[in-house]
Design a protein around this ligand. Structure first.
Ligand code: RB5
Length: 143
């Protein structure tokens, strides 16, 4: 079973706890890198922390959550080797994995989801990267 690194700011804390419980009940190994409460904190720290772990730990995946999902996804994407996809639907989670080779999923806890966030998480974790030549070529250009 894949190892999942998870992190959020205060805006994503409650959803992070829900995602964590959901994954642990399904026997995923979840490493929670914080935050630890709804007290105000800064999303760049947690986006970076999760992305760095995912890049260092081959085969692992990450989930980052803030209010909009935007700030923490930007933070994760600034780590070399991290590809973070912000998704509010299972379709985007699937495409982010298949086409873009995303290794980190971002969720916006204070935004509207088109699908249940747990289904989005499940889709992201279960979808394999499409190894087709055109996708490989485009991913290679991302650096
Ligand atoms: C925190 O108030 C909020 O700015 C943060 O959770 C996120 O939405 C940033 O992109």
């Amino acid at each position: 079973m894949k190892k999942i690194y998870i992190g959020s700011d205060h805006g994503g804390f409650k959803l992070k706890q829900t995602v964590k419980e959901y994954l642990e009940e399904r026997d995923y190994t979840v490493k929670d890198l914080g935050c630890d409460s709804t007290d105000s904190c800064d999303y760049p720290e947690f986006g970076k922390a999760v992305a760095e772990k995912v890049v260092a730990d081959s085969g692992s995946l990450g989930i980052v959550i803030c209010g909009s999902g935007i700030g923490i996804s930007i933070a994760a994407n600034r780590v070399q080797g991290a590809r973070c996809a912000l998704a509010n639907s299972t379709e985007l989670a699937e495409l982010g994995r298949q086409h873009n080779g995303a290794n980190v999923l971002a969720l916006g806890a204070r935004t509207q989801f088109m699908d249940d966030p747990m289904d989005i998480v499940e889709t992201f974790l279960k979808t394999e990267i499409d190894e087709g030549e055109r996708h490989e070529r485009r991913r290679a250009q991302l650096g």
